[in-house]
Ligand binder design. Structure first.
Ligand SMILES: Cc1cc2nc3c(=O)[nH]c(=O)nc-3n(C[C@H](O)[C@H](O)[C@H](O)COP(=O)(O)O)c2cc1C
Length: 198
């Protein structure tokens, strides 16, 4: 039996036992309010949350390119998104490119850089949920364009773009996308993802 009030909204995670509220509520919408502005304080909170994520040897090899809607940097990021993502992500209040620093300028390898970046974005997305914001991560990006636009050196590997903003009515989306907003949120059962539980 589900203990979470999943029937309250179909977007809420249907968890076997209760989990932290912001984790249960976080989801990845495509309906963003094209007029909503993210404040400096909100952006600061998101980036602080990312900064305080755990990190292998505490090397913290995660870097971020943060662009608000209306800036040249934002337009550059949108133009690098694949069509399916560009169709909705241009309404986000900000787009954040997550970059893994795979080695230092001195050539020291950072083999856990991608893992570190993922942990940081997870923190960021939960902080956003707590701030009343929504996030949607994307890998559907033409990375060569991002690398060129922001002159990223070889040791800086962009991996995701995260749209951040305010939830809008799904009815404003093209029909095919609006439909996906209401699709049930599913996960593999614990029995499948836990290989051993002793
Ligand atoms: C690394 C990564 C890449 C993703 N890429 C895309 C993408 O390019 N376009 C998209 O619409 N969603 C993308 N997503 C969102 C996932 O589809 C979404 O997280 C998943 O369906 C689970 O839904 P939920 O976040 O609402 O729980 C991506 C998510 C992650 C973590």
């Amino acid at each position: 039996m589900s203990l979470s009030p999943a029937t309250e909204t179909p977007r809420l995670a249907d968890t076997r036992v209760p989990i932290v509220d912001a984790l249960a509520r976080r989801w990845s919408p495509r309906s963003f309010d094209a007029d909503a502005v993210i404040t400096d304080a909100q952006l600061d909170a998101l980036l602080e949350a990312a900064r305080w994520a755990p990190s292998a040897s505490n090397h913290q090899p995660r870097r971020f390119i943060v662009a608000r809607r209306g800036t040249a940097a934002f337009s550059s990021i949108v133009s690098a998104l694949v069509g399916f993502n560009a169709a909705w992500a241009d309404r986000a209040s900000a787009l954040i490119v997550g970059v893994a620093e795979t080695s230092t300028v001195d050539g020291d390898k950072r083999p856990y850089a991608e893992y570190d970046l993922g942990a940081a974005i997870a923190h960021l997305s939960v902080q956003a949920e707590s701030e009343g914001l929504v996030t949607h991560q994307m890998a559907g990006v033409e990375w060569d364009r991002i690398i060129a636009a922001f002159e990223l050196t070889e040791n800086l590997k962009p991996l995701t773009v995260t749209a951040v903003g305010t939830l809008a009515d799904a009815a404003d989306l093209p029909a095919a996308l609006a439909e996906r907003e209401a699709a049930p949120r599913t996960r593999l059962p614990l029995e499948e993802i836990v290989l051993l539980r002793a």
